[in-house]
Design a protein around this ligand. Structure first.
Ligand code: FES
Length: 145
């Protein structure tokens, strides 16, 4: 069912909490399951993500994917963080059951939303970053729960 890594990140989540005065913060939800994920970024002058924290109100897989996503983007540049897809998060967790794939999408979208907020605050454009959606469930409408 769940890999050891998923269980580890669920029972012992990394980087849980919030950052005061973050460089960027992004919140996304899935109206279908009701889960919500928020990611905070602290980006330095060189564009490197120094700190990344999360708050997730959701299922165990959502907690595990947020935890892994924050680990993956920490220390990365903006461009590198943009490449942290839900696939990358799932691979790092040794996979997720098919009905839980949408939880990892929440993590990808929350990172993008936080980067979008950072870009807006700085008045810059991040190449390749599209305006994030607040609700991701329309993308996986055919998925069964
Ligand atoms: Fe919806 Fe996990 S069940 S995020």
């Amino acid at each position: 069912m769940y890999s050891e890594k998923v269980m580890d990140h669920f029972t012992n989540p990394r980087n849980m909490g919030e950052i005061e005065n973050p460089s960027g913060v992004g919140t996304v939800g899935n109206a279908k399951c009701g889960d919500i994920m928020r990611i905070y970024l602290d980006v330095d002058e060189a564009g490197v993500i120094r700190e990344c924290k999360f708050k997730t109100f959701g299922c165990g897989a959502a907690v595990a994917t947020s935890s892994m996503a924050t680990e993956l983007v920490k220390g990365k540049t903006i461009e590198e963080a943009l490449k942290v897809t839900n696939q990358a998060v799932m691979e790092a967790l040794d996979g997720l059951p098919p009905v839980k794939v949408h939880c990892s999408l929440l993590a990808e979208e929350a990172i993008h939303a936080a980067l979008w907020d950072y870009a807006e605050k700085k008045g810059i454009t991040i190449e390749g970053l599209k305006k994030p959606k607040n609700d991701i469930h329309e993308e996986e409408a055919e998925e069964e729960y």
